[in-house]
Ligand binder design. Structure first.
Ligand SMILES: [Mg+2]
Length: 225
């Protein structure tokens, strides 16, 4: 378990994961929240557009006036501003809250592991609670493998990780090969731009399929019910 920053470690402890219960570690953006459509409308209001040519943000955000591609630091600023202004108001992915509630009732403990800026943590927690997903939130920076491995070790039983970002699956499988990895991209147009990474164990197309895959990964009989 490598180099977890103290701030992350404190949040992991506070998540209250219990030993001996199945664990779901879920990303937020593009799994629980419709990130891309919100971000695209945010940048369009500021004179930019997203050109949908690949899964990455870098290279795909352009100035509307002349088509100039924004560089990484400009995109980072847009993201900071986006989360500062909108983290509380990104619409949830349909079906996510209901599926998580069924899984929770079946005994699954749920932790949301998200790479938003630290300043957006309370807004994210509030938005989750307001949308029927009152689960602990851990704000992570960079690779998710070390934090996911820490949580899975604490749970000590079956664990499953859900994320849209291929790099996060690489990182989690490297850090904790025993965690089942499900690749999920809520926005269909975005999903069409990215293949399932070889590190992932499945690629459900929608929340009903994702719920079944999570339940199966955790050894529950069916759909969390
Ligand atoms: Mg995401």
């Amino acid at each position: 378990m490598t180099r977890l920053p103290a701030a992350t470690l404190a949040q992991l402890e506070a998540a209250g994961v219990q030993s001996g219960r199945p664990l779901l570690i879920s990303d937020a953006d593009e799994v629980l929240f419709r990130f891309v459509e919100s971000f695209v409308s945010h940048i369009e209001e500021r004179g930019h557009f997203f050109d949908w040519s690949s899964f990455r943000l870098t290279g795909n955000v352009r100035r509307t006036a002349d088509g100039t591609v924004l560089d990484q630091s400009q995109i980072f600023s847009l993201l900071q501003q986006f989360f500062a202004e909108r983290a509380e108001h990104i619409p949830p992915v349909p079906g996510a809250a209901e599926a998580l509630a069924r899984l929770a009732r079946a005994g699954v403990q749920i932790v949301v592991l998200t790479n938003v800026p630290a300043a957006a943590r309370d807004a994210r927690r509030l938005a989750l609670a307001r949308n029927g997903m009152p689960y602990p939130v851990v704000v992570n920076t960079g690779d998710k493998g070390p934090a996911a491995a820490w949580l899975a070790t604490r749970a000590g039983g079956p664990a499953v990780f859900v994320d849209d970002g291929p790099n996060n699956h690489v990182s989690v499988k490297q850090a904790a090969p025993g965690i089942a990895c499900l690749h999920f991209v809520a926005t269909e147009r975005l999903a069409g731009l990215v293949d399932m990474p070889p590190e992932a164990d499945g690629r459900p197309a929608d929340w009903p399929a994702l719920e079944r895959a999570i339940a199966a990964s955790l050894g529950l009989t069916c759909g969390g019910t």
